[in-house]
Design a protein around this ligand. Structure first.
Ligand code: ADP
Ligand code: MG
Length: 140
């Protein structure tokens, strides 16, 4: 196993309900370290670019509107197998399919307002971290 970094976003449905601490506890209890974190309001252009891979999907416009509906917490998580580990801690995209104890099972409101984003592979993790964080912000 290798130590990896992955991008996490605590989404507006969760910041609105003041769940940042509870979600961070899930990451930390799951063996991940929060090595960078900042709370921001995304612009429409930033959300569209970040989710550009989904541009052709029917839910794209709603997803962008949701992601700019309130502040998000951008994070870099670090640990052994962090990319896959974070996806396990998050649970399935649709909370109806998410396993017991996962963030999405416990906190998600819907398939769209599902509380967290996590990178899905090594290349996207590197791209997504670089999209939101400067090297000087990552101290490990
Ligand atoms: P994940 O976040 O689990 O990697 P995807 O990359 O497939 O999932 O989708 C990105 C985000 O788009 C999801 O987290 C969710 O907020 C939203 N989304 C995905 N599928 C749907 C859908 N069928 N209807 C509404 N929103 C969706
Ligand atoms: Mg995804």
């Amino acid at each position: 196993m290798a130590v990896e970094r992955t991008l996490s976003i605590i989404k507006p449905d969760a910041t609105r309900r003041n769940l940042t601490g509870k979600i961070n506890a899930k990451f930390e209890d799951g063996g991940l370290r929060i090595v960078a974190q900042k709370r921001v309001q995304l612009s429409k252009a930033q959300a569209e670019q970040f989710y550009g891979v989904h541009r052709e999907r029917p839910f794209f416009n709603d997803l962008v509107s949701f992601m700019i509906s309130g502040p998000v917490v951008l994070q870099v998580l670090e640990g052994e197998n962090a990319i896959a580990r974070n996806r396990e801690i998050m649970g399935a995209t649709n909370p109806a399919n998410a396993a017991e104890g996962t963030i999405r099972k416990e906190f998600a409101e819907s398939i769209e307002a599902n509380s967290v984003h996590g990178s899905d592979a090594a290349d996207t993790a590197a791209q997504e971290i670089a999209f939101f964080f400067a090297g000087i912000e990552l101290v490990g």
